[in-house]
Design a protein around this ligand. Structure first.
Ligand code: PD2
Ligand code: ZN
Length: 298
């Protein structure tokens, strides 16, 4: 009679489980793949977050439509060309195809933040010498705060390896002595001079860097200052998902409409937020705030 050995039974159970998991389209986030980079700011690397196929897909979507990257003007919020950021990039529309949707699903699971709070993914290409100078991902202008409020977190996905340079650096991060400066097991001389200015992450295809721009109290965290170091050798591709405290998909109501957009508005108004935080609460006639009714401005 044909008999199965215990090891072959175990093997078939394992294979069935793997197939079952992959066909049920369940996306699994494995906490043991997360490495803490820093607590000030809160920054973590998830190793192997994207598959090679997902990285290549994002690059192929972006490749034909790259344009010089812009930055937001701190006062007006206008998008402008600047030497601060010399990369090229393009935005990929949310849920553009099943692969992009799957990546956005994984990001929501990794961050515990809803998909609707995220902006479109921005794919960036840095060629030799290109960089992104130190900056904050949170905004200080009213225009950018009007949609979705502050950016709370950023997920930066590395789509390629970079021979030298291109690290993401946090120059104001608090160093925990005697801890290594770089997240990955690389010798210090593997890091560019720019990366040695603080805690840095060396790009590795498929890895994702998650960091928070706000403290848990929702106040901007200045230690989240970060930059993309110049690429010294090779080419760098990355994809950024910026995530806000509120929905980025919600349509801003016309100014004539006297409503609150948040259930807590009356409580915040009672605590003085209409005067302490007018950008968010009241806004402007062009860009109405979230609590106009409770602030009695309409
Ligand atoms: O591509 C990077 O390394 C980088 C560095 C700093 C990207 C961003 N910021 C960003 O997209 O905000
Ligand atoms: Zn940034």
């Amino acid at each position: 009679m044909f008999r199965l050995s215990p090891s072959s039974i175990l093997f078939s159970i394992t294979i069935s489980l793997i197939l079952c998991l992959s066909f049920s389209s369940s996306i699994i986030i494995n906490p043991s793949k997360v490495k803490q980079i820093s607590w000030k700011p809160r920054a973590f690397v998830y190793e192997g977050f994207l598959t090679d196929a997902e990285c290549d897909h994002l690059i192929s979507l972006a490749k034909s439509e790259l344009t010089r990257s812009h930055v937001a003007d701190n006062e007006s919020g206008d998008s402008k060309l600047s030497e601060v950021r010399t990369s090229s990039g393009m935005f990929i529309e949310k849920a553009k195809d099943p692969i992009v949707s799957g990546i956005e699903e994984k990001i929501a699971l990794l961050t515990f933040l809803p998909k609707e709070n995220g902006e479109d993914i921005q794919v960036l290409r840095y060629e030799h010498g290109q960089k992104y100078d130190d900056h904050y991902d949170y905004f200080t202008d009213k225009v950018n705060l009007a949609r979705g409020g502050h950016r709370i977190a950023t997920v930066l996905m590395y789509l390629s390896n970079v021979a030298k340079g291109g690290e993401t650096v946090f120059p104001e991060a608090e160093q925990e002595a005697p801890r290594r400066k770089s997240s990955s097991a690389v010798a210090d001389d593997d890091l560019s001079e720019c990366a040695k200015r603080g805690i840095s992450v060396k790009p590795k295809k498929g890895d994702a860097l998650l960091f928070f721009s706000l403290h848990p109290t929702a106040i901007p965290d200045p230690s989240s200052l970060h930059g993309g170091c110049p690429v010294i050798e090779g080419e760098k591709w990355s994809a950024t998902k910026w995530i806000h405290v509120d929905s980025f998909d919600k349509i801003i109501e016309p100014s004539g409409n006297c409503t609150d957009s948040n259930d807590h508005c009356d409580k915040w108004a009672a605590l003085g937020e209409c005067t302490n935080n007018p950008e968010y609460m009241v806004g402007t006639p062009q860009l109405p705030g979230y609590c106009r009714r409770s602030c009695k401005v309409c």
